[in-house]
Design a protein around this ligand. Structure first.
Ligand code: 13P
Length: 245
């Protein structure tokens, strides 16, 4: 019932010369999965023009619509450049920029005001997992940062354990399924029936080798991919794995 979504997050990587990677990625769009790439702000306009069939998005937006916020980019500006969606609440922004759940929720609301779809990220640290708090931390982040009126036609949640990002380590398939089940249950508590339509993505060291197992886990509706989304050679097999499920 929920169509799979494979989204790339280029983080602070990529210049105009990198845009050629998007051509082969865009060719996968017809394969039965939704495909999206969150590029740096500097590449949104050029990427959206180059591959109009691919969902191009931002990695963050400011929670205000406009104003004196030097160096920040609003949802209206990202949309004007050609973004169709934005990531909010990525753990790197929660850590680097002290973004709280309250700020993340405000960013998600700003994105919606300007018609952007939202990928809302949650995830626990290794210390939190080792302390047996992974589920309580993640569900509290979700409760704190989910905007009201959350609906499956514009919202996806990405579960990204902080310790799995960029490390080559992943949770077991059973751990992923358990967490996704907990996220889905919390979504149901917060949003009722609509929870069944919200996609819950897994993120953290997804590669061509583990994509089928991780995306195939129960309650997993796709992936948010960092390093392996930077080249078509690595990203296309992940999309193909999702399409084959
Ligand atoms: P990696 O796939 O590089 O581990 O990054 C995951 C991530 O943070 C995507 O948002």
């Amino acid at each position: 019932m929920r169509r799979k979504l494979v989204a790339g997050n280029w983080k602070m990587n990529g210049v105009r010369a990198s845009l050629g990677e998007l051509d082969a990625i865009a060719a996968m769009v017809a394969e039965g999965v939704d495909v999206a790439v969150a590029v740096p702000f500097t590449l949104i306009a050029a990427a959206a023009e180059r591959v109009p069939g691919l969902g191009i998005g931002a990695q963050d937006v400011h929670h205000a619509d406009a104003g004196a916020h030097t160096g920040c980019v609003s949802a209206a500006q990202a949309g004007d450049a050609g973004a169709r969606f934005t990531i909010v609440g990525h753990s790197e922004r929660r850590a680097d920029c002290n973004e709280t759940d309250t700020i993340v929720r405000a960013k998600a609301k700003a994105a919606r005001r300007h018609g952007l779809d939202v990928i809302l990220c949650v995830g626990e640290t290794l210390a939190e997992r080792d302390a047996g708090q992974a589920v309580s931390v993640v569900t509290a982040q979700l409760a704190g940062s989910l905007p009201e009126g959350a609906a499956g036609d514009w919202l996806s949640v990405a579960y990204e354990p902080v310790w799995a990002i960029g490390t080559g380590r992943t949770p077991t398939v059973a751990d992923v399924a358990a967490m996704h089940g907990a996220v889905r249950a919390e979504l149901r508590r917060l949003s009722g029936e609509e929870a069944a339509r919200v996609r819950v993505l897994y993120g953290g060291s997804v590669t061509a080798d583990n994509a089928a197992a991780l995306i195939g886990a129960s309650d997993v509706d796709g992936a948010l991919v960092g390093g392996a989304s930077l080249t078509a050679a690595k990203f296309v097999p992940i999309i193909a794995a999702a399409a084959a499920l």
